[in-house]
Design a protein around this ligand. Sequence first.
Ligand SMILES: O=C(O)CCC(=O)C(=O)O
Ligand SMILES: [Fe+2]
Length: 365
Amino acid sequence: MTTNFSAVPILDYSQLVSPETRPEFISQLLNALTNVGFFYLSNTPVLNSDITDKIIDYAPKFFDLPEEEKERIRMVHSPHFFGYSRFGAELTKGKVDQREQFDIGTPREERGWKPGDPEFLRLWGPSQWPKEELLPGFKDTFTSYVQQTQKLGEEILAVVAEALHLPPGAFSPFIEEGGNQDRAKIVKYPVPEDETSDQGVGPHYDGGLLTLLVQASPHRGLQVQNLSGEWIDAPPISRTYIVNIGKALETVTQKVCIATSHRVLSPAKGSTPRYSIPFFQMISQRTTIGKSVLDLPPEILQLKEKRGNVGSSDSVNYAEYNELPAGQVALIGRVKSHPDVAERHYPELFKQYFPDGLPSHGSAY
Ligand SMILES: O=C(O)CCC(=O)C(=O)O
Ligand SMILES: [Fe+2]
């Protein structure tokens, strides 16, 4: 028997506060983790505050900055893969994604990388920001937003642990002292000019623990693949996050929690651009994910059998989970998605993954 889904469940975070409603939340969470891999989360302290309106309001304004300013803070200038990516600069499984984006991170110091150290330590470092006078308050708002979302993400992990009958600190080893450098981005999906592709972003899994996404405009477009391979719409719901499970959480929970493939269709002709703001909770860089699997009690492991087989949609980097530290897996993922940044800052890896040079549709500079 498979337990399939035809809609993404909506969970109410405020139910955790009262002992009367907490068990209901935990039981819905367990269902979402094990059978869907996605859930909406309403009534979080972050999105119930006025920061939601601010980030939604800033999203289009960022992309309306003068071209020279966006060029000045292009990702290609950052060995940390932070900054602006032009339309068409990113690939998912070798195919161009029709989106523009701006990547930032939770504020963390550089890790003092020096030649001979693992290269992935270079992923940590400062974000690039537009000049304050061009977008007043933008840097402070998004810095605060990513810090608040990071804290919420860590709180959710403790509840995930409770739902899986694990001690509350079960996921603590995956968070570095002082916090991971988590990543977020602001994404614009324009209406495609050429109608041959509607790939906003192609089908993929997220790599980390949890992703917390804000849909920042009223468009449909995000779709989630259910266990029989159908694409289920996940339309925007005001003041909710869409939370989904990444491959790292799937792996450390022995696939009890499922990472679910998802994609974004470009806005239809005659529509307007779609905006979204995903936040990616990373796993500690030095963890070798495949060797850090948690011990789960039998009543939780059994849930996998009830669910049946998880569709094995083609995975990207996840074969490397058993061998390499998570930081290296993340770096390889960045290299494959942003070859122009890799060519400049990680020439050896670039040669390994792009032996024929920059793909013609990658961003040239
Ligand atoms: O824009 C969205 O709604 C989803 C984006 C996404 O899945 C991603 O960037 O990993
Ligand atoms: Fe994603």
